[in-house]
Design a protein around this ligand. Structure first.
Ligand SMILES: [Zn+2]
Ligand SMILES: [Zn+2]
Length: 373
């Protein structure tokens, strides 16, 4: 069968022939890959910035944002049937029995760092025709009516995990638990989403659905496609090229929650002094700035302390956030059907993946269809 492969030694991305996996154990599940999303992480892997091939292979098959169909099940599998649609988790637990996070099924918080990740870290990913999963443990059932958009599940889990942490962290405010039992926990609060890529736009949908007044702060001047989509969902789009952070804070008032999805641009730090009292700032993208940039650390620490603020880094997502993302995609599909499908710019065959993985093209989310030639 066909696959895309990243060869780190020779620094090549190739369309290759890869052996078709077979079910050999009763708990295993064989999947046909329907859709695989391409994201910034894949582009970093294909620029050889990070990523690790499996120890027994001289290449890594990339791709971690997948939607698949169950095509065969082992004799002991009861939770899924042939024909079911599933979204797989990305990260798999480490093998250290003292890792409390992995032991608790929360490998997104793994202590040892020896976890593996499909398509990223020592496990092949989904840019291929078929895969075999060891069990149903890391697979999430998707209702058939989400077929066209379920490839967006994994990018939405990033926002779901961030939101779950906001809810947890704000328990420190004695009046907040009351607010979260409300239908609109974000009511009266302002969320700032940094970046208008898929992670940013899906995050904005989540914050709006939770009742936050939501501003998307991104580079491109208005008008542009992303600003139009932001408007469709009821977010305010502000261009960072037209409005500086200090002006943004003056115009829209202090920010209660910042959801960073902008790949560590200096703007992510420049917004810090403009947050409200008791604000939370969640960083989601690993810092890869072109060149180092700095801030006045003593001023930043003073503001953090004087305003009871919390800064959190968040990576990957656990099982509960996948369940939440699938439920919320169904809600978004009812509320914003056009916006949701407009996030997928184009579906392309596997042969076009190497080009898309190595060159940034205009648009929002490109999706690879391994079954299409
Ligand atoms: Zn991704
Ligand atoms: Zn672990």
């Amino acid at each position: 069968m066909k696959a895309i492969a990243v060869f780190p030694e020779s620094r090549e991305i190739k369309y290759i022939e890869h052996p078709e996996p077979q079910i050999t154990q009763p708990q295993q599940v064989k999947l046909k890959i329907l859709d695989v999303g391409i994201c910034g992480t894949d582009r970093h892997i294909c620029a050889f910035n990070f990523g690790e091939r499996p120890p027994d292979s001289n290449y890594l098959i990339p791709g971690h944002e997948a939607l698949a169909e169950v095509i065969e099940i082992g004799s002991a599998v009861e939770e899924l049937q042939v024909g079911d649609l599933v979204v797989p988790e990305v990260r798999r637990p480490c093998l250290d029995s003292t890792c409390r996070a992995c032991q608790a099924g929360q490998q997104d918080y793994c202590y040892t760092g020896t976890y593996s990740e499909r398509g990223i870290q020592e496990l092949h990913g989904y840019m291929t025709e078929m895969v075999v999963e060891e069990s149903t443990r890391h697979l999430h059932y998707v209702p058939p009516q989400l077929r066209e958009i379920a490839v967006l599940t994994e990018p939405l889990t990033i926002a779901e995990k961030a939101y779950a942490q906001i809810v947890q962290i704000q328990q420190r405010l004695p009046w907040f638990p009351q607010a979260i039992t409300d239908q609109q926990p974000g009511r009266g609060l302002k969320a700032l989403v940094l970046g208008a890529g898929p992670i940013g736009l899906l995050g904005a949908m989540l914050f709006i659905s939770k009742g936050f007044e939501t501003i998307i702060y991104s580079r491109s001047p208005i008008p542009n496609e992303k600003a139009t989509l932001a408007q469709e969902i009821g977010a305010t789009y502000v261009s960072s090229m037209e409005t500086r952070p200090e002006t943004l804070a003056r115009q829209y008032g202090p920010i209660d929650v910042v959801y960073e999805a902008v790949d560590a641009a200096p703007i992510a730090i420049e917004i810090l002094p403009h947050l409200n009292r008791n604000a939370i700032y969640l960083f989601t993208s690993p810092a890869t700035p072109e060149e180092p940039f700095g801030i006045d650390a003593s001023e930043a620490l003073r503001t953090l302390t004087m305003r009871n603020q919390v800064i959190v880094g968040t990576v990957n997502a656990g099982p509960a956030t996948f369940t939440a993302a699938i439920e919320d995609l169904a809600l978004f599909q009812q509320r914003w059907p056009h916006t949701l499908s407009a996030l997928i710019t184009e579906r392309v065959p596997l042969t076009q993946a190497p080009t898309l993985l190595t060159q940034k093209r205009p648009g929002i989310k490109y999706v690879v269809n391994p079954a299409r030639s």
